[in-house]
Design a protein around this ligand. Structure first.
Ligand code: ADP
Ligand code: MG
Length: 669
C-alpha cells in the first residue's frame, strides 16, 4: 500500500499487515477504523533506547546492542524448545538464550549466513547471559529495540510485535483531515500520536499525551458552550411563584442550604428554564432542597419528577420526602408503572424510566439525584417538552469552581458548603502496609459488640485482573475469601455486592442490608451512590491509591450518615512504597472538606498522572486529567481566543472516541 495517506475513517483492513483473520479479531474488540486503532494508547513503555557495546552491558540494566551472530543452536528438552546463540561486536561476545521460540532458529541462521547486523535488547542476568532478549534486524528505525518501545494491552489479543508494526504504519501514514487545535499547539495531532506510539524519548510521551488532552479539554469546553446556547434557545418554562411560607421542617436549614434554596427558588419563579447543579457533600442535606423545589412546583398547581440512579434509592427518597413533606402527593414510578395523567399536582419519584413517560407526567421541575452526567444527558429528551421543565442536578462530586466555569459553563451552580450541625466528618486513617490485620481486628471487635452496625469494604475490582501489572489490585471475590476466616473469628456476618451478581442476588443482599442482617459488606464502588445505609459506621477501602481523592471522599461520606461518628481505613496495594501516593492519601485523611479535596486533586500533575491512574467517578476524561489545572486554563484561553475562527468545531472526540457511557460530558448521539 506504499505511502497512501490514512485518515481517521480509513477502515482497518486496508492497512498493510491486517488480513482477514486479524481484521476479525480487531473488530471483536471494537477496532474498525484507523482512529479506533490509534486511540488505543500503549499501557506502558519499555525504555530500550540505551544503545551500547557488549563490553558496556551491565547486569540488571536494560540496553540494546548491535551485533552479528557467531553461532546458533536449538535443542528440545522435555517438550521445551531451547534456543541459544552467541553474539559478537567489536568489544566482545555474549551468550543469549530463549525458551519456546521454535521458529527463531531459522531467523538466527539466516542472519548468520548473510552476516546481517541485528539489534538485540534485554537485560544481562547475574550469570552474564541475555535471557529471552528481543531481536530485530538492524535498521534506521527499529520498532522493538533500540528505542522507547510501546507495550499494548494484552486484551487486544494480538501479538505485541505485530500490533507494533501495524501502529507504525498507521502513525507514519496518518494525515487527519481536520487538526482542530493545531494553530494553538506546537505538536500537531499526527505528531502527537506518533510520539505517543513511537516516542523519540520518554519525555515526548508526556508531550504527546498533553496534546491529546488539550484537544479533549477544548472539545469539552466547546461542548459545554454549545449546550449552553442550545439551552438558551429552548421554549420558556413555567414560572412557579415563590412560596410565601416554607413548609414546617424538623430542623432549621443550614446557612448554605438557605442560600442555595434562595437561588433555586428564584430561578424557577422565572419562565427561563433553569439548568442548575446542586453540589454538596454526602450528608450535606440536598434532599430537603429538592423537596422544597418540588413544594414550590406543586403549590403552583404543577407536577414535578425526582429521578434517582437506582430503584432502591428512589424508594428511599420517596420515604424520606414523605416524612419531611407529608403534604406532598407522591407517587413511585417503577419500570412497570404506566403513568396516567395526574389530575392533582403530583411528585413522581423513580428511576430513569420516568423519562420515557415525560409527556404524560408533565413535570414543571425535574430533579436528578446523584447523577453522573451533569446537565447534558437528557437535554434532547427535555427539549421535546413544552413548556421546558426546570432541571436541577444534585451531586456529591465535589466539582471545583474552576471546572464549573470551563467544562460546565452550561450549568448554574449552587454549593452547599457545610454539613448540618452536629455532623462529624469521617475520621480517616491511612493504614501502613502490614498493619491491615490489626485495623480489621479493631473493626471486628466493634462489630462484635454492636452487630446492628455495618462496615463497608470497597475493592477496585470484582475479580483479580489478568492484565500484566494489575494482578495485585484488590478485588471483591479474593478479599471475601480472605476475610471469611476473620469473619467467623469475630462472629461477623459477611455480605457481597457487585455487578456480576444476578439481580436476584443483589436484591437479596440489599434486603439483608436493610434488615441489618449483614455487618460487613464487601463491594465494588457501586455502594458509592446506589444505597443509603444509615447504620454504616466503618469503611475500608482496599487499593485506595487507585481512586481519585474526590471519589474517596464520596466513599467515606457513606459512613456516619445518621449523626454517629464514622471511620474510614485506607489500605494501599502498592508493589513498593510510593511516598508521593502515601503523602497524597495522608493529606486527604486530614482534610474534611470535599471542595478542598477536589482542589488537591487538581494540584496533582505530572506525567505520572497522564499514564492512566484509575480515577473512579472522575474517569470521564480519556486523555486529560482534571488534575491538570494549567492545561485546563490553557484550553480555556485558547477557546476564548480562537473559537470565533472555528464555527464548525464539531468535535472529533464525539465522533471517534467512543465516549464512556457514563461520562458526565458527552452529549447523547
Ligand atoms: P445528601 O446531601 O447526601 O443527599 P440528605 O439530604 O440525605 O443528604 O441529608 C442527610 C441527613 O441530614 C438527612 O437525615 C436529613 O434529614 C438531615 N438534614 C438535612 N438538612 C439538615 C439540617 N439543616 N439540620 C439537620 N439535619 C439535616
Ligand atoms: Mg442524597
Amino acid at each position: 500500500m506504499g505511502t497512501a495517506q490514512l485518515s481517521w475513517d480509513t477502515p482497518i483492513n486496508s492497512i498493510k499487515g491486517v488480513g482477514e483473520a486479524t481484521q476479525k479479531q480487531l473488530n471483536q474488540i471494537g477496532i474498525f477504523s484507523v482512529a479506533d486503532a490509534m486511540l488505543k494508547l500503549p499501557i506502558h513503555y519499555l525504555d530500550r533506547s540505551e544503545r551500547c557495546t557488549i563490553a558496556q552491558l551491565e547486569p540488571g540494566v536494560s540496553a540494546t546492542v548491535v551485533v552479528e551472530i557467531m553461532r546458533a543452536n536449538q535443542v528440545f528438552i522435555r517438550g521445551k524448545t531451547i534456543t541459544t546463540a552467541t553474539i559478537k561486536d567489536e568489544t566482545g561476545t555474549l551468550k543469549c538464550i530463549w525458551f519456546n521460540l521454535r521458529h527463531l532458529i531459522t531467523q538466527l541462521n539466516s542472519a548468520m549466513a548473510g552476516h546481517q547486523k541485528l539489534f538485540v535488547a534485554g537485560e544481562v542476568s547475574a550469570k552474564g547471559e541475555l535471557v529471552q532478549p528481543t531481536i530485530e534486524l538492524f535498521s534506521e528505525s527499529p520498532l522493538h529495540t533500540g528505542r522507547v518501545v510501546p507495550v499494548y494491552s494484552a486484551s487486544l489479543g494480538i501479538p505485541q510485535g505485530k500490533w507494533r508494526r501495524i501502529l507504525y504504519t498507521l502513525t507514519n501514514q496518518f494525515r487527519p483531515e481536520a487538526e482542530l487545535a493545531d494553530e494553538l499547539t506546537e505538536l500537531s495531532l499526527s505528531q502527537a500520536l506518533k510520539q505517543i506510539h513511537f516516542p523519540d524519548s520518554p519525555d515526548s510521551v508526556a508531550a504527546g499525551r498533553e496534546r491529546l488532552a488539550f484537544e479533549e479539554l477544548l472539545t469539552l469546553i466547546q461542548l459545554s458552550d454549545k449546550t449552553k446556547a442550545q439551552w438558551n434557545s429552548l421554549p420558556p418554562a413555567q414560572a412557579l411563584p415563590g412560596l410565601k411560607k416554607l413548609p414546617p421542617l424538623p430542623f432549621t436549614l443550614t446557612n448554605s442550604q438557605a442560600l442555595t434554596w434562595q437561588e433555586i427558588s428564584a430561578d424557577i419563579s422565572h419562565s427561563i428554564a433553569m439548568n442548575r447543579i446542586l453540589v454538596g457533600d454526602v450528608g450535606s442535606g440536598k434532599t430537603v432542597i429538592a423537596g422544597l423545589a418540588v413544594t414550590q412546583a406543586l403549590a403552583a398547581g404543577q407536577h414535578a419528577a425526582l429521578v434517582a440512579p437506582t430503584k432502591i434509592l428512589a424508594e428511599q427518597h420517596a420515604k424520606t420526602l414523605a416524612q419531611l413533606f407529608p403534604q406532598l402527593a407522591l407517587q413511585i414510578v417503577t419500570s412497570q408503572t404506566k403513568i396516567t395523567t395526574a389530575t392533582s399536582p403530583t411528585l413522581w419519584v423513580g428511576t430513569h424510566s420516568i423519562l420515557n413517560q415525560l409527556a404524560t407526567c408533565k413535570p414543571a421541575v425535574i430533579i436528578f439525584d446523584e447523577q453522573h452526567k451533569f446537565g447534558v444527558t437528557h437535554r434532547s429528551l427535555i427539549s421535546q417538552l413544552q413548556p421546558t421543565p426546570h432541571t436541577l442536578t444534585m451531586t456529591a462530586t465535589p466539582i471545583p469552581r474552576s471546572l464549573m466555569l470551563t467544562l460546565f459553563s452550561h450549568l448554574q451552580a449552587s454549593y452547599i458548603t457545610e454539613l448540618p450541625p452536629g455532623r462529624i466528618p469521617t475520621k480517616t486513617w491511612v493504614v501502613p502496609q502490614g498493619k491491615e490485620v490489626p485495623g480489621l481486628d479493631w473493626i471486628g471487635n466493634q462489630l462484635a459488640a454492636q452487630p446492628q452496625r455495618l462496615c463497608l469494604v470497597v475493592c477496585p475490582f470484582i475479580d483479580t485482573s489478568q492484565t500484566e501489572g494489575l494482578a495485585h489490585v484488590p478485588a471483591v471475590k479474593p478479599v471475601a475469601k480472605k476475610l471469611a476466616a476473620w469473619a467467623t473469628k469475630h462472629d461477623v456476618k459477611l455480605g457481597i455486592l457487585h455487578g456480576q451478581q444476578s439481580p436476584a442476588e443483589q436484591a437479596n443482599t440489599i434486603k439483608r442490608l436493610i434488615n441489618k442482617d449483614i455487618s460487613l459488606l464487601i463491594a465494588t464502588p457501586m455502594v458509592e451512590v446506589g444505597l443509603d445505609l444509615p447504620q454504616a459506621d466503618y469503611m475500608v477501602v482496599y487499593g485506595a491509591e487507585r481512586f481519585g481523592l474526590a471519589s474517596l471522599h464520596q466513599l467515606r461520606g457513606r459512613v456516619g450518615r445518621s449523626g454517629q461518628p464514622g471511620y474510614c481505613l485506607l489500605f494501599t496495594s502498592l508493589e513498593k512504597t510510593n511516598l508521593q501516593i502515601l503523602s497524597r492519601l495522608s493529606k486527604f485523611a486530614q482534610e474534611p472538606n470535599g471542595l478542598k479535596i477536589a482542589e488537591l486533586d487538581l494540584d496533582r500533575r505530572g506525567a505520572g498522572d497522564l499514564f492512566g491512574t484509575a480515577q473512579h467517578g472522575f474517569s470521564d476524561l480519556q486523555f486529560a486529567a482534571w488534575t491538570n489545572r494549567q492545561q485546563l486554563l490553557q484550553a480555556q484561553q485558547a477557546y476564548a481566543q480562537f473559537s470565533p475562527l472555528h464555527p464548525d468545531w464539531i468535535s472529533w472526540f464525539n465522533k471517534y472516541v467512543k465516549p464512556n457511557k457514563n461520562s458526565s460530558f458527552y452529549a447523547p448521539s
